[in-house]
Structure formats: structure tokens, C-alpha cells
Design a protein around this ligand. Structure first.
Ligand code: NCD
Length: 307
């Protein structure tokens, strides 16, 4: 198996730190007049998205282009999967065209891990079902580090649909490796007790007030209705009980950072006055996504070069 990036869980703290350091190195480039390097010149990156995406897909494509690679983006709707071809056959077909890496998003948890066992081309996981979204956790960590000198000892509240969130899972793995004090919060049906066992130092609460009190970072999540067969909580009251309002922000540290991976649903999980407030780092997260994905693509594709 060629080594790509499948998840945060299997990475050592030092490997994560190296990617964050390289992401930081690429940050200033994002605002330069000329944003093009030739680090990956002559390399081809395939973006294969079986689920909708705006940020992640665009960000990977821009990151690859800024490193000088050629990119091609394929979505499930326009591919032969809709003609009945299996996932393995589709991937083998793409692989036969000799790309240097495949960036992949799929609704099935574990899909990229399964394919990585067969394909020689490295796979970068851009979100697999409810499992992991490693580059999101990396860009989130980089965003926190723009505002705090280190992650150690910070209090981070992750609020919303914890059970269906790959963003939550990857962030839990990353932040707990760096000694963060994590509080997970949501309505009981979306907050499985097993999450407390994912790492030491995790607490669960159904009270948003308790979760945000004294927080350095508040990370909001979208309710992933597309992953729920039946709704297990009253949707009409969700915003009242689990939406982030200005009075919650006032319970946190005065310089709290409010984050959300997007897409945000204003008036469903976050109030507009919070999303647009000076505490909000939502667009900084998007900006950091490009820098972090440049670091990941460089690492993954450069590794292939030296093999
Ligand atoms: C997230 C995802 O797709 O997992 N979005 C993203 O990549 N920025 C979160 C979501 O869809 O709610």
C-alpha cells in the first residue's frame, strides 16, 4: 500500500506537528500576488467526490494547483458509478491513468481504507462517512494555533451532532494527542457515551451552557440529517437548545474562537450575529484549508517520488 493520508487516529503527534508546521509555512503564500510553485510540477492529482462538497473539493484543487500539479475533479453524478460500475473498478480505471494521488470523499465509513489496500496510488481521505476528515482537523488545529501559542491545556467544546460527525472524530483524535481538555455536547441521541472512551480527558454534557463555560474554542457542527434514517430529536427546537447564541459566547473566555467546518446553517446551529462576530474564525478555517492541504499533498506525493 502506498502511504496516503487516511485518518488522524493512526498518526503520531510528531507527524501531525510536521504537517502543521508545513501548513504554517504555506500560510503567507495564500495572500501573495503570485501563488504558484513548481513543487509538484508534472504530477497529477485526481479529486474523486462521491458526496457533495464546496470547500473541501475547491480547497484541494487550489492547493494542488498552487503546488504546480495538474488536477482533475470527478463527481459521482457524472461518473460511471451511476452506470453500475463498482467502486474498486472505478478506482482501478482511474489508477490505470497513473495519477500521483487520489483525493477521495465517500459516504461509506472506511471506503478509502478499503481501497488503499488494493491500489498502488496513495489515497487522501477527504471525508469518509461518519468516520474521519483528517485535513479538516489539521486546518482546525492550524486555525486555533493562529490565536493561541499551543494546544496543550486548552478547553475546546465541540457542539452538535457528535455521533454523525467525521469532523468531530478527527478533531477528537488530533486535539487529544496534544493534551486538549475536550467537552463534547449535543442532544443525548446524538452524543453516544462511547465517545468518552476515545481518549483520556474527554467529558460529555447535554448542557450547552456547561460546554461553553470557560472555553477557549467553541466548535459547532452541522446536524447531518443525510446520515440519519430517522430523526431522534425535535428538529424545531434544536436551535433553541443547541444553537450557539451570543449569550453562550459570553460564558466562554473573552477571546474565545468560534469555529464551524461549514456549510453553516444560520438559525439552525449558529446565530448569524455569532457567525459574523469578531470571535468567528469560520473564514480563517477556509483560508487555512488551502495551506494545510498543500502540506498534505506535498508530503504524500513527495513520498512517492522518493520510494
Ligand atoms: C464537513 C463534512 O463534509 O464533513 N464539511 C466540510 O468538509 N467542510 C461538515 C459538514 O458537512 O457538516
Amino acid at each position: 500500500m502506498a502511504s496516503g493520508l487516511l485518518g488522524i487516529e493512526e498518526l503520531e503527534r510528531e507527524q501531525i506537528q510536521a504537517l502543521l508546521d508545513r501548513g504554517r509555512y504555506y500560510q503567507p503564500m495564500q495572500t501573495q500576488p503570485v501563488k504558484k510553485l513548481d513543487t509538484l510540477r508534472g504530477k497529477t492529482i485526481v479529486n474523486l467526490f462521491f458526496e457533495p462538497s464546496t470547500r473541501t473539493r475547491t480547497s484541494f484543487e487550489i492547493a494542488a494547483k498552487r503546488l504546480g500539479a495538474d488536477t482533475i475533479s470527478i463527481s459521482a453524478q457524472g461518473s460511471s458509478l451511476s452506470k453500475g460500475e463498482s467502486l474498486v473498478d472505478t478506482l482501478n480505471t482511474l489508477d490505470a491513468m497513473r495519477p500521483d494521488a487520489i483525493v477521495m470523499r465517500h459516504a461509506a465509513s472506511g471506503a478509502p481504507h478499503f481501497l488503499a489496500r488494493f491500489l498502488p496510488t496513495p489515497i487522501i481521505n477527504a471525508g469518509d462517512g461518519t468516520h474521519e476528515h483528517p485535513t479538516q482537523a489539521l486546518l482546525d488545529a492550524l486555525t486555533i494555533l493562529d490565536h493561541r501559542p499551543s494546544l496543550e491545556g486548552l478547553r475546546v467544546a465541540i457542539i452538535g451532532d457528535i455521533s454523525h460527525s467525521r469532523v468531530a472524530r478527527s478533531n477528537i483524535h488530533l486535539l487529544s494527542k496534544f493534551g486538549v481538555d475536550l467537552v463534547l455536547c449535543g442532544p443525548a441521541p446524538l452524543l453516544p457515551s462511547e465517545f468518552a472512551q476515545l481518549a483520556p480527558g474527554i467529558t460529555l454534557t447535554t448542557s450547552i451552557e456547561e460546554a461553553v463555560s470557560g472555553a477557549d474554542v467553541i466548535m459547532m457542527l452541522r446536524v447531518q440529517l443525510e446520515r440519519q434514517n430517522e430523526t431522534t430529536f425535535p428538529k424545531s427546537e434544536y436551535f433553541q437548545f443547541y444553537g450557539l447564541h451570543l449569550e453562550h459566547v459570553r460564558l466562554a473566555k473573552p477571546d474565545v474562537i468560534v469555529m464551524h467546518p461549514g456549510p453553516i446553517n444560520r438559525g439552525r446551529e449558529i446565530a448569524s450575529e455569532v457567525a459574523d462576530s469578531p470571535s468567528s474564525a469560520i473564514l480563517n478555517q477556509v483560508e487555512n484549508g488551502v495551506a494545510v492541504r498543500m502540506a498534505v499533498l506535498e508530503k504524500v506525493v513527495a513520498q512517492v517520488v522518493t520510494q
